[in-house]
Write a protein that binds this ligand. Structure first.
Ligand SMILES: Nc1ncnc2c1ncn2[C@@H]1O[C@H](COP(=O)(O)OP(=O)(O)OP(=O)(O)O)[C@@H](O)[C@H]1O
Length: 367
């Protein structure tokens, strides 16, 4: 008999948190979320959605107007400035612009929080060097930040944040100032921080690629509210809120829309159908038998399949060619298999329409 796994305890918890600034601007409006120990939680949203304020509420730099923020079960507001100090040491911060001391060496930057925490010189140095080795910067301790690339600077930023062995790492757009390749390297490092050191990570970003590459769970914020949240694969595969769907489209091969769809229609006079590829959903399996059964030919015209959290996800758009009734039957069969209904045929063209990913088509409420 197997013992059911005990759910990880919450490291960060927001309960109905509202933050209103003097002048009436409401940056965070009734947000509740839970970041379980050992997980990576992403908050995604456009500029002004309230992400930075949310992070500042978690590290105690802002106090909620109402509601509560708990770190490992302790309500930050109840601690007072004195009580907050040791709790802040359990939090590491990683910033978009790295925020390193330019006048200190790499080693000096990593030593700083350790000396502040009261470690003696030898212990601090050993810890700093160990942490620099973990982030792949052994031998760089004597260099200055301006002698490093952006990716190396962020590694120093991460080493500095990790040096005091925090329980939770808060990442504020940690990769937004980096090119795509360096972003990938920093995300891989943060994954190691989570998996090998067991550090819980709460990150804010406006890039769905970051969520896709790193997070276990995600919350989508808009106008201070969480409009959708859930397991990353589920949110990618079946986004329910239009804002989420738009974020997902930015990171995936999704059903073509707008001018792209018009161009595809011009190039491909046959019927266009988009087949979602979702782990466990039958649409792709239905494709070959339907085409064979109805004697319909096809061409791939758009899309592709990638991976989210190690599971396949994407969509492919096909042009179906053949007898009108046979093409119609294939399109209907695919729509049935993917749980979608075909969009109405575009007027004035040969019955061209696109079945859209079911989940994108269904705008819904908060999960
Ligand atoms: N100190 C402040 N005083 C007044 N209004 C503020 C303050 N800080 C943030 N706001 C407002 O709260 C809202 C949310 O801002 P916040 O910076 O948290 O959003 P964000 O999602 O992090 O955006 P960005 O990515 O641009 O930083 C904005 O309308 C902003 O103008």
């Amino acid at each position: 008999m197997t013992t059911p796994a005990t759910p990880a305890h919450p490291v960060v918890e927001l309960r109905e948190v509202r933050k209103e600034f003097p002048g009436g601007s409401v940056a965070v409006d009734g947000v509740s979320l839970t970041v379980a120990a050992g997980t990576v939680f992403g908050v995604v949203g456009h500029s002004g959605a309230g992400k930075s304020t949310l992070l500042r509420l978690v590290n105690g730099l802002e106090e909620p107007t109402s509601g509560s923020v708990l770190l490992d079960g302790r309500d930050l507001a109840a601690l007072g400035e004195r009580g907050l100090r040791p709790v802040r040491r359990e939090i590491g911060m990683v910033f978009q612009q790295f925020n390193l001391f330019r006048s200190r060496t790499v080693l000096g930057n990593v030593l700083y929080p350790l000396r502040l925490a009261g470690l003696d010189r030898a212990a601090a140095r050993a810890r700093a060097e160990e942490t620099l080795a973990f982030v792949g910067l052994s031998g760089h301790g004597g260099r200055y930040p301006e002698q490093l690339s952006g990716g190396q600077r962020q590694r120093v930023g991460i080493a500095r944040a990790l040096a005091t062995r925090p329980k939770v790492l808060l990442c504020d757009e940690a990769t937004s100032a980096l090119d795509p390749q360096t972003t990938g390297e920093v995300l891989a490092l943060l994954r190691r921080v989570n998996r090998e050191l067991g550090v819980t990570i709460l990150l804010i970003t406006h890039e769905m690629e970051v969520v896709r590459g790193l997070c276990d769970r995600v919350a989508v914020m808009e106008d201070g509210r969480v409009v959708e949240s859930g397991e990353v694969y589920d949110v990618f595969a079946r986004p329910r809120h239009p804002t989420t769907a738009a974020f997902v489209r930015s990171a995936l091969h999704s059903a073509p829309q707008g001018p792209l769809l018009e161009r595809l229609r011009e190039r491909h006079p046959g019927r266009l159908v988009t087949v979602p590829v979702v782990d466990g959903a039958p649409a792709m399996d239905a494709l070959a038998p339907l085409l064979r059964g109805h004697g319909v030919d096809f061409a791939f015209v758009h899309g592709g399949v990638g991976e989210v959290r190690g599971r396949p996800l994407g969509s492919v758009t096909l042009e179906l060619r053949g007898e009108e009734a046979a093409v119609e039957a294939v399109a209907a069969g695919l729509a049935a298999a993917s749980g979608t209904s075909a969009a109405p045929a575009a007027s004035g063209t040969s019955a061209a329409s696109v079945t859209s990913i079911a989940s994108v088509a269904k705008a819904g409420g908060v999960r």
